[in-house]
Design a protein around this ligand. Structure first.
Ligand SMILES: [Ca+2]
Length: 418
């Protein structure tokens, strides 16, 4: 029920996978390497090492939980991600007025909860409240105690996704999610990994509600402050990661790398506030862009304080629209608008190899099932997108549909004879 019927899924799966494997192979390593691979078919098991940094299968990371199905960042969404086979669950942490870390993507609660419909909180509404250089209107977590936030119901943020659970689940705290990870790991006999993000860390510091010390304290209390702990700590802001490192956090850390949009005419990533540069750079007058993080010197700098990068997909597989004779973008599928579905994938960049060369693992965001979010090259099949990225050696995928990611990885490993 999770898959749209399309050309690829209506075709025998093996044919599809073989075709995709060939497409990926030709587009990434070229004919010579493909021939070499064929010659190596009888090679030993060691030669079948995966192209990830550690040679192990890529991780499936439940992005905000199984957020394609249930309201994001709730215990229920995390439980579903674990049930679907994700090794990792990913919470973003912001702060309440009383300094409790809760899982939400945005300090503004208007889009992810039913706060706007609660009359008792009507007077908490703020207009043009600045968040990382962007003015927002809504209800902000730092104006609410945890007890008040626990009165709210969460809602799914994408209006085109299932709405039937809106209002049913509560906002989860950091501690509740830590407890879920521990309980589930013990129950299932497998390690569930947690991937906490300090969200808007400079913004929170400016409010007098810094996130870092609380995250470190909770990781210490959980017995998870070590390199081998089932933890990846992530942030878009380098200074947040550096601060936690300097304060004794020993877990693996991940520098996130964003962008605003893709210019389908040129195939290039575009940069606009607040997705042009980390907000800590913005505040300190550092005028570099996220683009500067993926250069050789940018990666070398990240290597001084982090263990891996979390990057947006087009940094690895660029996308481009089709241009008409008059220099305009063509509505290829004739649906009356020009968007991702009219774009095709371009040859992959060398970013995975460049990062791996410096010992940095590469996790990629965000994988979603909806056809409207897939480039036309994938023919509406989300598994095709996963298979391409797995073939390129990425070490993990942030997925909102972990069951699809797990299935694609099974196909990838099986077809590779592993
Ligand atoms: Ca179109």
């Amino acid at each position: 029920m999770h898959y749209r019927l399309n050309v690829c899924s209506a075709t025998p799966v093996l044919v599809c996978v073989l075709a995709l494997t060939l497409i990926t192979a030709f587009s990434t390593v070229g004919l010579t390497s493909v021939l070499a691979m064929t010659g190596a078919a009888a090679a030993s098991r060691e030669d079948k090492a995966l192209p990830t940094l550690d040679g192990k299968p890529p991780l499936v990371i439940g992005h905000r939980g199984a957020s394609g199905y249930l309201p994001e960042h709730t215990l229920e969404a995390y439980q579903l991600a674990i049930d679907q086979g994700a090794e990792v669950i990913e919470p973003d942490f912001i702060s309440t007025r009383d300094g409790v870390l809760i899982a939400r993507h945005d300090p503004n609660l208007a889009t992810s909860t039913n706060v706007a419909s609660r009359r008792e909180f009507a007077d908490r509404k703020r207009v043009d409240w600045p968040v990382d250089g962007e003015k927002q209107t809504g209800w902000f977590a730092h104006d609410f105690t945890l007890a008040e936030i626990k009165k709210l119901g969460t809602v799914i943020t994408d209006p085109e996704r299932p709405q039937e659970y809106n209002g049913e689940f509560k906002v989860a705290t950091m501690q509740e999610i830590f407890d879920l990870v521990k309980t589930q790991s013990a129950k299932l006999g497998r390690t569930v990994i947690i991937y906490p993000e300090t969200k808007n860390p400079t913004y929170h510091r400016d409010l007098g509600l810094p996130l870092e010390d609380k995250l470190i304290a909770a990781l210490n209390a959980a017995g998870w402050n070590s390199r081998s702990a089932p933890v990846f700590v992530q942030s878009f802001e380098p200074s947040s990661l550096k601060e936690m490192r300097s304060k004794g956090l020993k877990t693996r850390m991940v520098q996130l790398i964003d962008g605003d949009d893709i210019d389908l005419k040129t195939g290039k990533i575009t940069y606009a506030i607040p997705f042009d540069r980390p907000y800590d750079w913005c505040k300190s007058g550092d005028d570099r862009l996220f683009a500067d993080m993926v250069t050789p010197s940018g990666l070398a700098e990240i290597g001084t304080y982090a263990d891996g990068i979390g990057v947006w997909k087009p940094y690895i597989v660029p996308l481009k629209g089709r241009m008409g004779r008059a220099g305009q973008l063509v509505d290829v599928n004739g649906d009356g608008k020009v968007d991702l579905r009219d774009a095709t994938t371009k040859p992959p960049t060398a970013l995975v190899a460049e990062a791996h060369k410096r010992g940095l693992f590469v996790h990629v965001f965000t994988f979603r099932n909806e056809e409207r979010r897939l480039a036309s090259s994938y023919m509406g099949d989300p598994q095709a997108e996963y298979l391409q990225f797995f073939g390129l050696g990425v070490d993990g995928v942030f997925s909102e549909f972990p069951d699809t990611a797990v299935m694609a990885r099974e196909i990838y490993l099986r077809e590779g004879g592993r």
